[in-house]
Design a protein around this ligand. Structure first.
Ligand code: GLP
Length: 247
């Protein structure tokens, strides 16, 4: 595991964008596992900026998103498809047909899980998986106590996740109760993982995830076992980590 300490959110976004860009430069047809949430927004804005300056080319990039709300249409402003179009895809030269998310409108879970599993298999896996972390240690929508062996699946969201994500909806009642997500095992199969984290409110969970026991109670703790995990976090999020780690 390599941990890069950033000064603040802006610096974290730039450092993480540098790592993702290096992946695209080294492998122009890279398969990127992308994530939503407020944490990667600055990273995406930085990628757009470099694209506009002519420093990045997304024409061959393939993206596979981590998760999507069950029952939401791509046009819904709260869907992750809408988020990705708005925060990245509409502003760079990625080909729409190369951008993939679970289909929230497919209500037949078995069918959608089979489709998305086969899609990722057909790409020969994910080169770099970008991840944020939830306050309860969830990654994607893998809530505490999800078995580490889980592949792509449809989950019942916990109250705390619904609470945390209600800020994007008119009220908590409107937050879908279920979501499709890559499972812990699918995430661990990515060749590289880039975890981004910002803010004092994530300091405890980030420490537990990276230095606590590896346990399904903290889904992100399994990332300690990945052989190519890169963490970019700001000082506030790393405040519980011993200083000497960063000498
Ligand atoms: C959501 C997403 C996760 C994300 C998490 C943290 O539940 N499904 O992929 O990592 O929230 O989001 P934020 O970065 O806004 O704190």
């Amino acid at each position: 595991m390599r941990i890069y300490k950033a000064k603040d959110y802006k610096d974290m976004s730039r450092k993480a964008a540098n790592i993702l860009s290096a992946q695209i430069i080294m492998k122009p047809n890279a398969v990127l596992g992308l994530a939503t949430g407020s944490t990667p927004e600055g990273l995406y804005a930085q990628l757009i900026d470099w694209y506009q300056k002519g420093d990045l080319d997304f024409s061959k990039v393939i993206s596979v998103n981590l998760d999507e709300y069950y029952g939401l249409s791509p046009e819904s402003e709260q869907s992750y498809r809408y988020f990705m179009n708005h925060h990245l895809f509409d502003h760079v030269n990625i080909q729409t047909e190369n951008t993939h998310l679970p289909n929230g409108l497919e209500l037949d879970v078995k069918k959608e899980v089979a489709r998305y599993t086969e899609l990722i298999r057909s790409f020969d896996g994910i080169d770099m998986q970008l991840l944020g972390i939830g306050h309860n240690g969830h990654v994607g929508f893998n809530e505490p106590d999800t078995a580490f062996e889980t592949q792509i699946h449809c989950v019942d969201l916990t109250e705390s996740t619904i609470e945390a994500n209600k800020r994007f909806f008119a009220s908590a009642d409107e937050v879908p109760k279920k979501a499709y997500t890559l499972g812990i095992k699918s995430i661990m199969q990515a060749k590289k993982i880039l975890l981004v984290c910002s803010g004092a409110d994530k300091a405890d969970i980030l420490y537990r995830a990276l230095f606590g026991p590896v346990t399904p109670e903290v889904p992100a703790s399994i990332l300690q076992m990945h052989n190519d995990l890169i963490v970019v976090a700001d000082e506030a999020a790393l405040s519980k980590f011993p200083e000497e780690l960063f000498d």
